[in-house]
Design a protein around this ligand. Structure first.
Ligand SMILES: Nc1ncnc2c1ncn2[C@@H]1O[C@H](COP(=O)(O)OP(=O)(O)OP(=O)(O)O)[C@@H](O)[C@H]1O
Ligand SMILES: [Mg+2]
Length: 494
């Protein structure tokens, strides 16, 4: 811990002077600011006076006020206190009770320094989890039983304000954004915050049906309107009457249908296919697209007059790579969702995995992240998920047109080509891991899921000795360097 950093404070409560001295020495060497008192009462006084140590190490067996009674009083003052109990091996029942009351962990005397470190690390993680869950509650709004709206970045907080502002105003809304950014969630939230909330919300995917079928789907048909129309059927506009219709992927609609829709928006009436009567409609239209509408209008694929009719208000949902500050919370949110759904209790995510998730560009946006977390919950393999991300990142870098061609694409045997590509991917993944861990080789090896020795070998092979040589080109097939074991990012090698 550097001198500039604020030291973490630890309060030791133990009646045995030798234990107090031992803990004080041990923890001060590690850079903690330690205070030790000899009774529960003294400890409680300090907390009552407003002191909030980062950790409290509390002995179970003490004369006068016992550890358990001290813990009860401490928890009454502040349930957020981070308490680690010190017990003897014959006090199992007491330890269980202490955890139930609110202690984070326990150590059995005599204990090793590594056990103390592990208990503090666990306790720190637990505290962080509680803080993150509280943050989740602050930022996440439950819209329906299975849809939530999380808005933690400045852009999304603004969008949430926009939604709340425009939801009660009964005009069309045009929602734009890349695939998977949350356009449907926005649409549902607009409906549920509007006066139409108790009426139907009908979603129509305009890309899912060819022109004529979509027309009959939207406006319905009379019996005999076309071959096969044996019975009259109401359309989605009729079903959505008094409620909201959500026209997803509207740019995929044929221009003929766009013209019909424009009339419906203007006159609030239309007729079913093959019908002679006009049907009155009172529907709020929300439309969404992931294509560049300006471009679609230029090429005549999307009618300008329809666009201006629909675009009374618009919401542009940014891609996830432009709101990376939300990724840890979204990760936690999806983790909670799928842990409950699959009845699992995953430990992580580890710091490495979260860092990698924050750095990955998520081309499929929230949907891709959600599926990734779903897999993470099912497989319960932090290292495996991390490897998956590292591989996806390097695959993207390889296929990105801006990536330097590290492998010369001269005519060569297939084996050599594959080997070259594999080396290139490995080098990129290793260089990335080293950069992300600030060249801490131990952490980088952990991040990549390979042994320290294997990492050193690979670094030598790829000339990755210092940050300066980072983008060294992939050397010729590594025949010159003896490979100690089979190593590959994607397979474990201890
Ligand atoms: N703000 C958010 N908070 C929490 N979850 C979200 C949020 N936005 C989207 N999601 C989740 O991400 C997934 C994708 O969202 P949604 O279906 O709304 O995206 P979309 O933009 O309509 O995608 P597409 O263009 O592919 O139709 C959904 O499972 C949704 O629940
Ligand atoms: Mg959608």
């Amino acid at each position: 811990m550097s001198a500039k950093e604020v030291k973490e404070k630890i309060l030791v409560i133990d009646d045995e002077p030798s234990i107090r001295k031992y803990l004080q020495t041990l923890l001060e060497v590690d850079g903690f600011d330690v205070e030790a008192v000899s009774s529960g009462r003294e400890g409680i006084e300090k907390i009552t006076a407003g002191e909030r140590p980062d950790f409290i190490i509390l002995d179970v067996l003490m004369p006068e006020l016992s550890g358990i009674d001290t813990l009860k009083e401490l928890m009454q003052i502040d349930r957020g206190l981070n308490v680690i109990m010190l017990s003897c091996s014959n006090e199992v029942g007491t330890v269980v009770e202490a955890i139930r009351i609110g202690a984070h962990d326990y150590l059995t005397k005599p204990f090793e320094k590594t056990e103390l470190d592990a208990a503090m690390l666990k306790s720190r993680q637990k505290k962080q989890l509680v803080t993150e869950n509280l943050a989740l509650r602050d930022y996440c709004e439950q819209i329906t039983e299975d849809i939530s709206f999380l808005a933690a970045s400045p852009q999304m907080v603004r969008i949430r304000q926009q939604i709340l502002q425009i939801a009660p105003v009964d005009v069309p809304v045009f929602i734009c954004g890349e695939s998977g950014v949350g356009k449907e969630v926005v649409a549902r939230m607009i409906h549920l915050r509007s006066k139409r909330r108790s009426q139907p919300f009908i979603k129509v995917n305009c890309a899912a049906l060819p022109g004529e079928l979509l027309e009959s789907e939207l406006f319905g048909f009379e019996q005999g309107a076309f071959t096969g129309a044996v019975r009259a059927k109401p359309g989605k506009f009729e079903m959505a009457n008094k409620g909201t219709i959500f026209l997803d992927e509207i740019a995929e609609m044929t221009t003929h249908l766009q013209a019909k829709l424009l009339h419906v928006l203007q006159d609030h009436q239309y007729s079913r296919l093959g019908g002679r009567h006009l049907v009155e409609t009172d529907v709020r239209v929300l439309a969404a697209t992931n294509v560049d509408v300006q471009e679609a209008m230029k090429t005549g694929r999307f009618r300008e007059d329809l666009y201006y009719r629909l675009n009374v208000l618009s919401i542009n949902v940014p891609p996830l790579r432009e709101r990376t500050s939300e990724i840890p919370l979204l990760f936690r949110h999806f983790l909670q969702k799928y842990s409950e759904k699959f009845g699992k209790t995953p430990q992580g995510p580890s710091k490495y995995l979260l860092d990698a998730a924050v750095n990955y560009p998520w081309p499929g946006n929230l949907r891709e992240l959600e599926n990734f977390v779903k897999r993470y919950v099912i497989l319960e393999d932090d290292e495996g998920s991390l490897r998956e991300l590292v591989e996806m990142s390097s695959a993207r870098q390889r296929t990105s047109p801006r990536a330097e061609p590290a492998v010369h694409r001269e005519p060569q045997g297939l084996k050599a080509l594959v080997r070259g590509l594999k080396d290139e991917a490995e080098m990129e993944a290793i260089a990335d891991a080293l950069e992300k861990t600030r060249w801490c080789r131990k952490d980088a090896a952990k991040m990549l899921g390979i042994s320290y020795k294997a990492l050193l070998y690979k670094m030598r092979q790829f000339n990755l000795d210092t940050p300066r040589t980072r983008r060294a080109s992939v050397p010729a097939p590594a025949a010159a360097v003896e490979e100690p074991t089979t190593i590959g990012i994607g397979g474990r090698n201890e």
